[in-house]
Design a binder for this molecule. Structure first.
Ligand SMILES: [Zn+2]
Ligand SMILES: [Zn+2]
Length: 417
């Protein structure tokens, strides 16, 4: 059976991986990161789900999405109209916030996935397949369709006492789009796809040298395509990605993003994220104010979701990353596995903070009825959005392989030899 060599992207353990049978997955024995999961008929599945998801996304974009009725005055919007409303009302940043992660990002991701599957099924690779795969790998992190849907549901609960909301056919198309989109993501195994591309390109395999004394292996690993190369290489010979043994200035960059996040946290929580004009009366809502109003109206689960996603998650993320940076800088090498798992979860949970931003965007786009009822974004929403993006960048800047340095690698290898 042929064997591939790779380094765990999260702890840098060198692993000899046999070719997996369909339905099996391989985890890193040291940090439990899922290295690869082999799916039955992955290419056919990805194509089928991607075409389905694209159709639902098209249906979701052009037909009535939501209707609102306030005091007999009715307004209906489509998903694309909600973006043009933002642009026409001079909120271009909000238009970008909704358009890229909710429509454009998923659409490009799905089209590229179909292109890649066709390319891998063809006799030889189509042009730019490597670039397409790089985009697919990046876009997987920034898709926020399901968070947007929760944002829509939360916005209903916020206005249910003031207005009557009707769901249009496009809303249901968007609901169906989400499981199809998730099925595409699940079936695209990054490692497996890169392996197929490499086989088609006839890439030579580099076997790293295992040092017999320390157990440390002299190699560099490509963070994009997982190719192994000599320690002297600075860029991946296959996909062209810049390669470092450890991300340069990872800790300094993470600290810089974290300090920016702390600075943004203050205006994000003090300034109003939205202003509601109802029958001539204007009220401004901060994040915490919105949670308190929901709680007072008896919507306890929604109040809790918003409180956790908007208040606790950013703080938790900042504290966790600060602790990880501190422990790496001070050479602490205990609980490495737990720290790596904590880092992984922090990265996953962080994007859910966008719920409140989506709530504001939906309400601003939907409720524009002059003096009867209108919603405007407050300055806090930009600060909050900046906070979410900056904490995501802080997590990306942190190189989790640093957790395993300071002798922990050698200790683990001794224990398991
Ligand atoms: Zn690992
Ligand atoms: Zn590469």
């Amino acid at each position: 059976m042929s064997t591939n060599y790779l380094a765990c992207p999260e702890c840098d353990l060198f692993i000899a991986l046999p070719v997996l049978a369909a339905g099996n997955k391989a985890c890193c024995p040291r940090c439990h990161y899922i290295l690869t999961a082999s799916h039955y008929n992955a290419l056919d599945r990805v194509m089928a789900f991607a075409i389905t998801a694209l159709l639902f996304l098209l249906l979701a974009s052009f037909f009535p999405f939501l209707s609102i009725n306030v005091q007999g005055q009715e307004r209906t919007i489509t998903l694309l109209q909600s973006i043009s409303v933002m642009v026409s009302q001079h909120f271009p940043v909000l238009a970008v916030i909704i358009f890229i992660p909710v429509i454009l990002g998923p659409a490009i991701y799905l089209l590229l996935s179909i292109y890649l599957c066709l390319s891998l099924k063809a006799r030889s690779l189509y042009p730019h397949s490597i670039t397409a795969m790089k985009f697919v790998s990046h876009l997987q992190h920034w898709n926020m369709a399901e968070i947007f849907l929760i944002g829509i549901l939360v916005s209903f609960i916020k206005i249910i006492s003031l207005a009557e909301v009707t769901l249009g056919p496009s809303f249901w198309a968007y609901v169906l789009f989400i499981p199809a989109m998730s099925a595409v993501s699940v079936n695209i195994d990054k490692y497996q796809f890169w392996q197929w591309i490499k086989i088609k390109q006839g890439m030579p395999v580099f076997k790293p040298v295992l040092s017999p004394v320390s157990g440390i292996i002299n190699f560099n690993s490509c963070p994009m395509c997982a190719s192994i190369m000599p320690l002297s290489s600075t860029s991946c010979g296959f996909c062209g990605t810049h390669v470092d043994k450890r991300v340069k200035h990872s800790i300094q960059k993470t600290w810089a993003w974290l300090i920016t996040a702390v600075v943004l946290y203050i205006p994000a929580n003090i300034l109003p994220i939205m202003k509601v004009k109802y029958l001539g009366e204007e009220t401004a809502n901060t994040i915490l104010g919105g949670v308190i109003v929901l709680w007072q109206h008896g919507s306890y689960p929604v109040a809790l979701i918003i409180f956790i996603a908007s208040v606790l998650v950013p703080i938790g993320k900042i504290l966790t990353l600060a602790w990880l940076c501190y422990s790496v800088q001070n050479g602490k090498n205990r609980f490495c596995k737990q720290k790596t798992i904590l880092y992984r979860r922090t990265e996953l949970v962080g994007r859910w903070s966008m719920i409140d931003v989506f709530v504001v965007v939906v309400l601003v786009a939907l409720i524009r009825m002059g003096t009867v009822m209108s919603v405007y974004p407050g300055p806090g929403v930009l600060a909050f959005c900046g906070l979410v993006i900056v904490t995501m960048l802080a997590a990306i800047s942190f190189d989790s392989r640093l957790i395993w340095d300071h002798g922990a690698c050698a200790e683990y290898n001794k224990e398991n030899s």
